[in-house]
Design a protein around this ligand. Structure first.
Ligand SMILES: [Zn+2]
Length: 85
């Protein structure tokens, strides 16, 4: 009886392993994107200034469109990072 139970447990463990393998594959893809994410995190932390009033209070209103909250100046930038000044 105990042996039978162990067999069932073993099957369950195998299932978990299968999931882990898929996770590793995901990590593989992640390593390729990691560079991009790191770049994004780095550029996000950098301070950007409005071209008109040099205010750093800039907000992204749409993909690639940024607006200065101080003077309302709208300008185009990249999707995630305003144009570097
Ligand atoms: Zn401004």
């Amino acid at each position: 009886m105990e042996d039978g139970r162990k067999k069932v447990d073993g099957g369950m463990a195998k299932r978990t392993k299968k999931v882990l393998v898929t996770g590793n594959l995901g990590a593989r893809y992640g390593s390729g994107i990691r560079k991009r994410v790191l770049w994004l995190e780095k550029t996000r932390r950098e301070v950007y200034r409005c071209e008109k009033c040099t205010s750093t209070n800039i907000k992204r209103v749409a993909s690639g469109i940024w607006v200065c909250m101080k003077c309302g100046n709208k300008f185009a930038g990249s999707a995630y990072v305003p144009r570097k000044v």
